[in-house]
Ligand binder design. Structure first.
Ligand SMILES: Cc1ncc(COP(=O)(O)O)c(C=O)c1O
Length: 474
């Protein structure tokens, strides 16, 4: 830090000798860090949790306490922590070629990774445009679609559909696609064109389809058609859907849902963007979530698990026809970012995917997912557990006040339950997961793909004990 230090800053730098390195780190965290999506007031009288190292399915804090990483960091650490071979791949690449841009140039690791991703991806998804994050991928897909339609004589198409409560990132464009009003309002006005359609939360399905998941899925898909017709098909560019919607607590697609969506997209010339920032790279037991549910996207957006977090990387994989107008004459996609497809990140992604193949991690998820579900479903005997839903290694547990009526908590109760108790209690009990009330209150689990029964049992036992305490406090 340059410039004249503020007096309290001087105080925090001086006298470090009186404090342990751990205390100094804690104080510096409180004084200088600005944490994402964090109420800093909650750390006024409490320590900031400082995670210092990871090994396998576990991470350790600055006091050496161990936590089961039930969220894979933030839906990221597919292969788990502490993989020396991946760290070494990063080191080798940094020594060979640390950086070069993808603006007019290519480098071997980006080429190899693009080819590998295209081979994994369904159908003719053959072109890879790298970014550094999921938000950038979502944003890039929207820009690609808008310019594509301008190039192909449909310049009135710019709107994007997405589902209620869905999270698609935080940059202005990605936020316009996101369906969570609370995180949008402070930043309005956002780019115009975001349109909401229903999500696939069957637990909260409208009454007329509440007993029939297939009819519910048909209704939810048909709502997309109605939204396209309402907006005017000539104005709609794309729809963004996650294979399993994360936000709101893991909503899998009803059978037939994506097939009907594909038909609608084909009928009205709307691009289907499968936002797989969470659902790709084994989260659902397949390289891509769209494979699991048998649909062909026009674009896949990805990030997170492509490197298991050993370096940042994101991107989009697009079908051949979307690139065609960009291959002619003087045309180019007028978009790029400095660190996209960073050589070290691409080398890390290749080493990460090598681990997937060597250890058959997709096979591990497929062979253990039924046991994971069955273990979590034991929690159904608790009065606070309303619904347990998800697929693969990706689950949400919805909490309710009344199991029979499915009555949820009001805002004050939710605040007391989630922020006042559950988040801290689960962490203190040694489980990293997510207690979230962006929709109805849920706990989310998304562990490393290396987890087996012993880890499922550990999650179940901690959840049972903490949820039992939560109920007794209500
Ligand atoms: C489905 C989806 N899209 C986009 C994003 C944004 O990704 P990032 O945080 O890397 O910008 C996320 C992040 O969780 C996500 O879950």
């Amino acid at each position: 830090m340059n410039g004249t230090p503020a007096p309290d800053n001087a105080a925090s730098q001086g006298g470090r000798g009186d404090r342990s390195p751990g205390q100094a780190l804690q104080e510096a965290a409180k004084r200088h860090m600005w944490l994402h999506f964090t109420r800093h007031s909650s750390y006024a009288n409490a320590d900031v949790p400082i995670i210092t190292r990871g090994e396998g399915q576990y991470v350790y804090d600055q006091h050496g306490k161990r936590y089961l990483d039930g969220l894979a960091g933030l839906f990221v650490s597919q292969i788990g922590h502490g993989r020396v071979e991946v760290a070494e791949a990063a080191s080798r690449q940094a020594a060979e070629l640390a950086y070069f841009p993808l603006w007019s140039y290519a480098h071997p690791r980006a080429i190899e990774l693009a080819e590998r991703l295209a081979n994994y991806a369904p159908g003719d998804l053959n072109r890879v445009f790298f970014t550094t994050s999921g938000s950038e991928a979502v944003e890039s897909a929207w820009k690609l679609a808008k310019q594509y339609f301008k190039l192909t004589g449909q310049s009135s198409r710019y709107k994007v559909l997405s589902r209620t409560i869905a999270y698609h990132g935080t940059s202005h464009g990605a936020l316009a696609v996101t369906g969570l009003p609370d995180i949008k309002i402070p930043f309005e006005p956002l780019p115009p064109g975001g349109v909401r359609v229903p999500n696939t939360n069957f637990y909260r399905a409208p009454e007329f389809v509440a007993d029939d998941v297939v009819a519910f899925g048909g209704w939810a898909a048909d709502e997309i058609e109605r939204a396209i017709l309402r907006e005017g098909p000539e104005s709609v560019a794309a729809i963004y859907l996650e294979p399993v919607q994360n936000s709101g607590g893991c909503f899998p697609p009803p059978p037939g849902y994506f097939q009907r969506v594909r038909e609608i997209c084909d009928e009205y010339g709307v691009l289907l963007v499968s936002d797989e920032v969470i659902c790709a790279f084994g989260r659902l037991g397949y390289m891509f979530g769209s494979e699991r549910y048998g649909y062909q996207p026009d674009m896949i957006t990805f990030a997170k698990g492509v490197t298991s977090g050993y370096a940042p990387l994101g991107g989009m994989i697009v079908r051949d026809y979307l690139m065609e107008p960009y291959l002619k004459d003087q045309t180019s996609f007028l978009h790029g970012v400095t660190f996209a497809g960073h050589p070290v990140s691409c080398a890390v992604a290749m080493a990460n995917l090598d681990v997937f193949e060597k250890e058959d991690l997709l096979g591990n998820v497929r062979s253990h997912e039924a046991a994971f579900r069955a273990t979590l479903e034991k929690l159904n005997d608790l009065p606070i557990v309303g619904d347990i839903r998800g697929d693969g290694y990706f689950y949400g547990i919805e909490m309710v006040k009344d199991k029979t009526t499915r009555e949820t908590f009001d805002d004050a109760e939710s605040e007391r339950l989630l922020r006042g108790f559950l988040s801290h209690a689960l962490f203190d009990a040694g489980l990293i997961c997510r207690a979230d009330d962006r929709g109805d209150p849920v706990i989310q689990l998304s562990p490393p793909l290396t987890c087996t029964q012993e880890h499922f049992d550990e999650m179940e036992q901690i959840l049972r004990s903490v949820l039992t305490q939560a109920w007794s406090r209500l």
